[in-house]
Design a protein around this ligand. Structure first.
Ligand SMILES: [Cu+2]
Length: 234
């Protein structure tokens, strides 16, 4: 059982780390989150294998054979040492993972010195993005434009039902709930176009609620913003 378990765990962990689960890492937060995922794979595969090996062995070794239909199994008693082990070990593993996950959350949610705010509003079936302007009307767009290397705080709202603002390449997602403004922050690390998805079933057009996040270089973003401000003024 130990040999089977060790081999199956090694194969499972290798497979779990080898599979390319996620799209491109396009934010500083993505790296932390993907590492957390890998640690969870390493911690959970052996637990799954342990349970399966014990169940599989019990099914093969202790199954009812012909002629044993009327027999009862041997009487069993508790085993204090086993019970202490299978209670304490999972408790230690879970506390360890909780502390680590909490640290990851602290790291990815740390407020930097300079931050840009984008107000994201969900409505059946589109996203609208607003860039607050000091002393003026906000710039509103239907496509998301953000500068590379700049921390951005999304303030997430909804005007009708519950939506969920998700850019898989940035990893983090959050429900857009009517009456509540949620928020999370990301720092884009690479320029390019990334899908925006609504991740909460919000009605008939839910699957079409897709737009694009354009990560631009600082200079290109500034030029885009100037053009938008001129457009808003006219
Ligand atoms: Cu939606």
């Amino acid at each position: 059982m130990v040999v089977v378990g060790v081999i199956a765990s090694a194969i499972g962990i290798a497979l779990g780390l080898w599979i390319d689960w996620f799209p491109a890492q396009a934010s500083t937060q993505a790296k932390e989150i993907d590492t957390l995922w890998d640690v969870l794979i390493i911690a959970s595969v052996p637990v799954f294998v342990l349970v399966m090996v014990v169940v599989g062995t019990a099914i093969i070794k202790f199954r009812q054979r012909p002629g044993e239909e009327l027999k009862d199994g041997p009487p069993t008693h508790g085993n204090t040492r086993l019970e202490v082990i299978w209670t304490a070990l999972p408790a230690i593993i879970i506390v360890g993972l909780v502390i680590y996950a909490w640290q990851v959350l602290e790291t990815i949610d740390k407020k930097p010195s300079s931050e840009m705010v984008v107000v994201v509003t969900g409505q059946q079936f589109t996203w609208t993005f607003e860039y607050p302007q000091p002393g003026g009307k906000p710039v509103r767009t239907n496509q998301l434009y953000v500068p590379q290397g700049q921390s951005i705080e999304f303030k997430i709202k909804s005007v009708d039902v519950i939506h969920d603002f998700w850019v898989p390449a940035f990893r983090i997602k959050m429900d857009a709930v009517p009456g509540i403004t949620g928020s999370y922050r990301i720092t884009p690390t690479r320029t390019g176009d990334y899908a925006i998805v609504c991740a909460e079933l919000c009605g008939l057009g839910h699957s079409t609620m897709r737009q694009t996040a354009h990560v631009l270089s600082r200079e290109r973003f500034d030029a885009w913003m100037v053009a938008q401000q001129k457009g808003a003024a006219s």
